[in-house]
Design a protein around this ligand. Sequence first.
Ligand code: ATP
Ligand code: MG
Ligand code: MG
Length: 357
Amino acid sequence: GSTIGIMGGGQLGRMLSMAAAQLGYRCHIFAPEETSPGAEVSAASSCADYSDDAALSAFAAACDVVTYEFENVPVAPLAAIAGTVPLRPSPRALEIAQSRIDEKRFVTDLGGRAAPYGFAETAEDVAAAIAIAGTPAIIKSNRMGYDGKGQARVMPGDDPVARWHQAGGVPAIIEGFVDFDAEFSVILARGLDGDIRFWDSAENAHVAGILDRSSIPASAAITAQVPAARALAAKVAQALDYVGVLTLEFFATGDGPVFNEMAPRVHNSGHWTIEGAFTSQFENHIRAICGLPLGETALACHSAEMHNLIGEDASRWPDLLADPANHLHLYGKHRAAPGRKMGHVTRISLEPRARQP
Ligand code: ATP
Ligand code: MG
Ligand code: MG
């Protein structure tokens, strides 16, 4: 069997490894942590810094294809191994997605609509950026932010420079607050041959900047905007000659979909596909990067609702297991912390069928 290298050892790497194992592949995780949710279910792992060139080239030599599950892997060392082993998706996709400003420019150049935004490299740029964004606004660090980290809101009357410092005092995008009806994501898989498949878009609800739940079916307001959002996502995938699973997050508004951000990887809002779709996002990512035909993405349920188990939520597992509609996933993380994603549960509803007596 072939070996798939995965940069990053979080829960996404874990679920990718599990899907890969089902198809007969072995996974090799590369991550700086000594133990990780991904490494614990994989055949091999390397514990080294992402920019450790010697460790990286040994890893590349041990793998037949390399992918990443973590957006903040440094691009330069990755680009260096791309000459020795196929790297899918390409380092270019990663490079764009690591910078909010590059990502916004890239997607708006392809015809996407984003909230009005300015860029504040230093405190001196904040006033001009706020003039473009208006208030309320959200300041987001240009790099390294996730789960709402590195963000601060600017309300009318606030001192924007103080808020910029609160968001880290680093180069940041400042964007106008979108008065949205709902949030959704488009998740697609693009194969080595350019074949594109979409899953249904879930309706996403966030609490304190962290995804709380994703629901299928989405509301009618979202469903009406899915075609335009998909067309944009497909353009992005084609422009990058993308191979693998790609996610774009949107706000559904009265004037159509507003692009928020993209992730060059499988996504938390697609975890419901493990039980709720014919082929999961994890399996199709593996199929895509291995050059296999993509699997059917149609719904395999009437409805699905994925809830994240954050921090101490995971201790509810005995109750969650007691309900037969629930599919419980725990990531094996050794320590719960507030805001930390410990697992998720997907509630599936099926058409009732007669059972053998
Ligand atoms: P993640 O990568 O974990 O999805 P993130 O830290 O990159 O999160 P965003 O997706 O940019 O952050 O923002 C998190 C949430 O904050 C959004 O899903 C949305 O609920 C809210 N939000 C972000 N930007 C805006 C905006 N311009 N207007 C209104 N709400 C926003
Ligand atoms: Mg993000
Ligand atoms: Mg987001």
